[in-house]
Design a protein around this ligand. Structure first.
Ligand code: HEM
Ligand code: HEM
Length: 173
């Protein structure tokens, strides 16, 4: 096996697209709340995109089990580091949506959604632990994704070993 299966490749790039959308929506939501014009739809759409990432990640872990993965690209410490980064990414892709869901369930956002009244949306998330955790995890994810992309770029432009083609839909064989 020289490449990831097609469904693993689709899930990888779809996750990237959904993450960009969730990140943008989350920040817009936070800005809107600070300006006092957050909407119920804003919270719902961000939650839907975020939870879609959770579902896709669980599905992807199932595909991984079924389809397997290509053999490690190299050997030694760098390879172990890359595998560690991949595991960390999967963990974050689960914890981030879970913490987001917990914000909704443990804050006034839930009451506002249930009542269908945007006037009940909180202006502040003081004392909502899940909100602090969610913000922290967003920053950790961004840092780990940057390391992941730098690793992929090193393979592509320095080592020139064709690693990117392992995550491509164009089949080699
Ligand atoms: C991987 C998925 C997710 C990503 C990348 C993400 C990203 C973000 C970002 C960037 C923010 C703004 C943080 C800030 O204020 O600095 C945010 C806030 C928030 N997210 Fe998420 N999120 C995800 C999943 C979810 C889910 C599944 C839910 C709920 C079901 C959720 C609920 C919230 C809430 C309630 C806020 C607070 C908005 C505010 O401050 O008014 N998130 N998210
Ligand atoms: C421009 C952005 C990205 C590039 C160029 C990229 C590239 C790659 C490549 C080439 C691989 C295969 C590595 C190998 O064969 O050993 C890979 C695997 C992986 N990528 Fe990305 N990636 C990107 C963004 C992301 C993002 C945003 C995430 C999730 C937050 C992510 C999560 C993963 C994971 C978990 C694997 C391991 C797959 C497995 O073994 O199950 N990637 N990526």
């Amino acid at each position: 096996m020289k490449q990831y299966s097609k469904r693993m490749v689709i899930a990888h790039w779809l996750t990237l697209g959904l993450l960009v959308a969730a990140w943008f929506l989350g920040n817009s939501l936070s800005d809107a709340r600070h300006e006092g014009n957050a909407t119920l739809a804003g919270y719902l759409i961000h939650a839907l995109v975020g939870d879609a990432i959770l579902l896709l990640t669980l599905l992807r872990m199932f595909f991984r089990r079924q389809d397997g993965t290509p053999a490690p690209a190299g050997s030694g410490v760098m390879d172990k580091a890359a595998t560690g980064i991949h595991h960390l990414l999967y963990t974050l892709l689960i914890l981030l949506p879970v913490s987001g869901t917990l914000i909704v369930l443990t804050s006034k956002v839930w009451d506002a959604l249930m009542a269908g009244d945007a006037g009940l949306l909180p202006r502040k998330f003081t004392g909502v632990l899940a909100h602090d955790v969610h913000e922290l995890l967003v920053n950790v994810l961004i840092a780990v994704v940057i390391v992941h992309i730098l690793g992929a770029a090193k393979h592509q432009f320095v080592l020139k070993d064709g690693l990117m083609s392992r995550m491509s839909l164009r089949r080699k064989d």
